[in-house]
Design a protein around this ligand. Sequence first.
Ligand SMILES: *Cc1c(COP(=O)(O)O)cnc(C)c1O
Length: 496
Amino acid sequence: MLYYSTRDCERKNGITSSEAILRGIAPDGGLYMPESIPQVDESFINKLSQLDYAGRATEILSLFLTDYPKADIEACARAAYSEERFPGGAAPLKRLGDDLWSLELWHGPTCAFKDIALQIMPKLLSKALGITGAKENLMILVATSGDTGKAALEGYRDADRIKIIVFYPSEGVSRVQKLQMITQKGENTRVCGIRGNFDDAQNGVKALFADKEFAKELARAGYATSSANSINWGRLVPQIVYYFSAYCDMLSEGRINQGDEIDFCVPTGNFGDIFAAYIAKRMELPVGRLVCASNRNNILTDFIRTGVYDRNRPFYTTSSPSMDILISSNLERLIYTIAGPSETAEYMKLLSSEGRYKVSDAVLGEIARSFSGYCAGEDETAEAISALWKKYGYLCDTHTAVAMSCAARYAAAERPGRPMAAVSTASPYKFPSSVLRALAASEAPDGPEALQMLSDYTKTDIPLPLRGFDSAPVRFPGVCEPEGMRGECLSFAGDR
Ligand SMILES: *Cc1c(COP(=O)(O)O)cnc(C)c1O
């Protein structure tokens, strides 16, 4: 199976999956997509239900990464999704109410769902170096709204022939997220705050990927660039797995019958997670609707309802910072899947020149067949945290709360009558002060003390990876302007 850029109108620059994972982003600025979406049937899903998570991952990844030997994929999956890395399982499905589940994706080493992709992706990338015979070393450039950064640093730490540099908005992440990153260990890691928001960081990284002069200078130091963000197909494909896994779990537990549809509600920022769900649906996993849940930065809600994507609007810093995004990169993949490369290239041109585009009625109609868009403001997010705690004794983080709030509004408005799995993307302990404020309606300090206070208040345990990290030495206090990102990368490449 070959991969093409979403902007490759003539479809002539096909590459293999290992190359797509190595490159991250296409030279024309587009994102790589498989030439077709593999189709599965009931017997495939039945077979999957008998397997553990690593087995499920192996089967699904093998459908897409066709130039990898299946045994290699299995070895990567077994190492990534071990009991040691994900105690209790990679994607446990917790039943809350009659028709409501929480798909918990944050039991990995950094307590956010990004771990699921970023534990296996470095292994796939190392194999890709072998498969393609690439000679140069790699520098992974990462823009993060908080969680990708730490998960990527952990995933790539001490990897052979690979350096990783992470840029985060210096004032746009939670205190816990920041501490997790600036205390990162590993010889091959670097972290830098930027004065700006996530979009500035992401645009800066994308501009570096497109900068030929920069590529030359880096090559002189022995490095090619790659990406760990969800613009890289290697990030997205492992995320398809947990949608299948959730379905299989409901099937095995007798909650649904074969062929029944279920809905997913996904808290969305860069549109990567929910796009993986859409791929699962297109593969013929029986999925009803995909509810795209946004916070106060509700550009996607407006888009899904009207077909107009307009980033000329205020940017808000919210209690769910990993969703504070106005340029959702993976929307490009959705439009491409529906409308093909020419139309996609036109819209993306408008986005960069005008900051706005309107998709055709045909495209909007197709989006409306699969997606519903809802958003939750700050008060509604806090209310959802407190309501879930009171009603089910269920503690959730701010991002999950956005999803839960949207799922409730969706159920009330559209009366779907299907089981709903809301995707739970981070441990509540990553955002302890916001969660505590929602539960106890009292001001909590924005620091590591809040972890203990949350634990005392809820009588729940602080996850192991978040214990004691605040006493680790700060290795990366630095902050730069977005213009300084280039220099940071070059100086890092020169370091021995
Ligand atoms: C990254 C992230 C999201 C958004 O995921 P996208 O793939 O960017 O849409 C939601 N919640 C949390 C906790 C995240 O870290």
